[in-house]
Design a protein around this ligand. Structure first.
Ligand code: C2R
Length: 210
C-alpha cells in the first residue's frame, strides 16, 4: 500500500439543539450526519487511524496526534464524539470505521474519561487511550479512568497529554503490517537521536565554556 501522501479528515458533532426534546428527536439523524460528514472529504489514501475525542475543547492537544501520524505518512481522521454526551455517534463511527478499514482507534478524553474504554468494548481493533489534562486534578482522573480497564478489554494507555506517543504507538502497531511505516519509524528514530545528541553536545559545550 502506498502511504506517501497523507490526508486527514475531521468530523465534528453538530451543536445540540436548544431544547432537550429537539435534541432527542434529532439524535439518530445526528449520528448518521457525523458518518456522512467524515466521508465527504477528499482523502486519497485509506484512513488507517481513527482518532475520537470527547470535546471540541480537546482539539489543540488531539491535533498533535494527527500531525505526528501525518509526519509518518499515515492518514487519520478526527471525530468529536463523547461516550457520555453522544454515545450513538461513538458507536456509529466505530461501525463505519470497521467498514472502511480503519485499523487502530485512539480515544482521547479528559476528566471522567470513559471514551477509550467504551470504544474498546465495541471493537476488536487495538484501542489506544490518550488521557487529557484539565479539571481539578490535572489529568490524573482521566489517566485512571482510561487505564484501569477490566480484564479482557484492553486500552493501551499513554501518558497524560501524550499525543506524540499515542501516534507513535499506533504507528508501531501498523508497522507490523506495512513495511513503509516501519521504515518511516526507523527514519524518525534516527532523526530524533541526531537531534538529542546535538542538543547534548551543545549543552555540554556551553558548560565547558563557562
Ligand atoms: P467540555 O470541555 O466539552 O465541557 O468537556 C472531554 O474530553 C473534556 O476533556 C470536558 C471534558 O470532558 C471530557 N469528556 C469525556 C467524555 N466525553 C467528554 N471524558 C467521555 O466520553 O469519556
Amino acid at each position: 500500500m502506498a502511504i506517501k501522501k497523507t490526508a486527514t479528515r475531521v468530523a465534528s458533532v453538530k451543536k445540540p439543539a436548544g431544547k432537550a426534546a429537539a435534541a432527542k428527536k434529532t439524535a439518530a439523524k445526528s449520528a448518521a450526519t457525523t458518518a456522512v460528514a467524515a466521508s465527504k472529504t477528499t482523502a486519497k489514501q485509506p484512513i488507517l487511524v481513527g482518532i475520537l475525542t470527547g470535546s471540541p475543547n480537546d482539539l489543540p492537544t488531539v491535533v498533535k496526534v494527527r500531525d505526528t501520524l501525518s509526519e509518518l505518512g499515515i492518514a487519520s481522521e478526527i471525530v468529536v464524539a463523547s461516550a457520555h454526551r453522544t454515545p450513538d455517534k461513538v458507536t456509529a463511527y466505530i461501525d463505519r470505521a470497521h467498514k472502511e478499514g480503519v485499523q487502530v482507534l485512539i480515544g482521547c478524553a479528559g476528566m471522567a474519561a470513559h471514551l477509550a474504554g467504551v470504544i474498546a468494548g465495541h471493537t476488536r481493533l487495538p484501542v489506544i487511550g490518550l488521557p487529557l489534562s484539565g479539571g481539578v486534578v490535572s489529568g490524573l482522573d482521566a489517566l485512571l479512568s482510561t487505564v484501569q480497564m477490566p480484564p479482557g478489554v484492553p486500552v493501551a494507555t499513554v501518558a497524560v497529554d501524550g499525543s506524540k506517543n499515542a501516534a507513535m504507538l499506533a504507528a508501531r502497531i501498523l508497522a507490523l503490517k506495512y513495511p513503509e511505516i516501519n521504515q518511516a519509524l526507523e527514519k524518525a528514530a534516527m532523526k530524533e537521536r541526531a537531534r538529542y545528541e546535538q542538543s547534548a553536545d551543545e549543552a555540554l559545550a556551553k558548560l565547558t565554556a563557562r
